[in-house]
Write a protein that binds this ligand. Structure first.
Ligand SMILES: *Cc1c(COP(=O)(O)O)cnc(C)c1O
Length: 355
């Protein structure tokens, strides 16, 4: 018998599984909620200007230029802004920084599947109140005693958004723990809670450059909250890596924020395509949740969702299926270009005829 006693000391953790990233370019990729359009033109110029020589130097430790650009764009104090390598990093650090109670952290049963992974990694107890029959979050569930609250708004993978009024109801019943609102998809139709950070000092809002700004490959995200929250986040980040973001990503992020008109035009296009495609799907007998994000969460009474996912994959179209309780009959489909959604519509029609 081989003795590998050192393995007894390994952390036991179930990894988060991200959507597939295919090697080939000739697939229609609607499985990870990426933006179908390129980043703002100014991003290319910023990347060229960043140059190779600049790479010799460490970046700004406090990500100042990007933080100032975000503060200006969101109308907050720069001391209320934290930047990180993707909002996933901001969220992971926030879980470590703010969830140190013995009471459970609360997040919905159907939500971003990274939340339980971070809880397990950091040994944080959690409880997952059930969303209602339409996957809507029940605000009163979050009035229970807790060690923190995390809500994605719009929620993933349902796309359903809470109103600001509902967010504020949750905040007003949670004065004693940190409430995190994950706004990875807020650009596509939900109302941001950033305006509430001065009123609720225990509110942290995270945002991403990956979806709305088409910069998933850069790994840029941000968090907004009162200066006390941001200082603790900074201390935790510093304990892992003392540079908030790399210099190239920071320059590209600033350039993206500078072009508001481009951003508005592209997000409006994604929203228009989403609404058109949702209507097409409903016409084909699908139920589609009311999505305020850049994806649709869909089910069809006569179809096996996993079988449809596999069929589409064989036809060169990737969509996401989760083998999880309550949602195994659903697919999450990223909104691509109109042409991509038309190709998908044709393939779904073929599948419906065969089954
Ligand atoms: C995509 C996503 C994130 C993380 O995005 P980053 O690419 O790390 O900025 C966070 N929360 C939810 C709900 C997401 O879907």
């Amino acid at each position: 018998m081989t003795q590998k006693k050192w393995k007894e000391n390994f952390i036991r953790i179930e990894p988060y599984s991200a959507g597939e990233q295919p090697e080939s370019d000739d697939v229609i990729k609607l499985n990870t909620n990426e933006n179908p359009y390129p980043p703002a033109p100014g991003v290319a110029a910023a990347l060229r200007a960043a140059g190779i020589d600049g790479l010799r130097r460490y970046p700004q430790a406090d990500g100042k230029d990007l933080r100032l650009a975000l503060a200006a764009a969101r109308g907050t104090d720069p001391a209320s802004v934290f930047v990180a390598n993707g909002s996933d990093e901001a969220l992971a650090l926030a879980f470590r920084a703010f969830f140190n109670s013995k009471k459970p952290v609360l997040f919905p049963d159907v939500s971003y599947s990274f939340y339980p992974v971070w809880c397990d990694l950091f040994g944080i107890p959690y409880r997952r109140p059930a969303t209602d029959g339409d996957f809507r979050i029940r605000v009163r569930d979050y009035a229970a005693e807790n060690g923190g609250v995390v809500l994605a708004n719009p929620n993933a993978p349902t796309g359903i958004a809470l109103t600001l009024f509902e967010i504020e109801e949750i905040l007003s019943s949670n004065r004693d723990s940190v409430v995190i609102v994950d706004e990875a998809y807020v650009d596509f139709g939900a109302c941001s809670a950033i305006g509430l950070i001065s009123k609720y000092e225990n509110l942290l809002v995270t945002q991403s450059f990956s979806k709305g700004r088409a910069l998933a490959g850069l790994r840029l995200g941000a968090a907004f909250g009162c200066a006390d929250l941001i200082a603790v986040l900074g201390a935790v980040k510093n304990a892992f890596n003392s540079y908030l973001v790399d210099s190239v990503a920071a320059a590209a992020g600033v350039a993206s924020l500078a072009d508001g008109a481009y951003f508005e035009k592209r997000t409006a296009q994604v929203i228009a395509t989403r609404e058109r495609f949702a209507a097409v799907l409903r016409g084909m007998g699908f139920s589609v949740t009311d999505s305020a994000a850049n994806f649709l969460f869909v089910t069809h009474a006569d179809l096996d969702a996993a079988a449809l996912m596999r069929y589409l994959k064989g036809r060169g179209i990737l969509v996401r299926h989760f083998s999880l309780p309550r949602i195994e009959r659903y697919l999450r489909i990223t909104v691509g270009t109109d042409a991509e959604m038309d190709r998908l519509t044709e393939e779904i029609s073929c599948f419906l005829q065969k089954s």
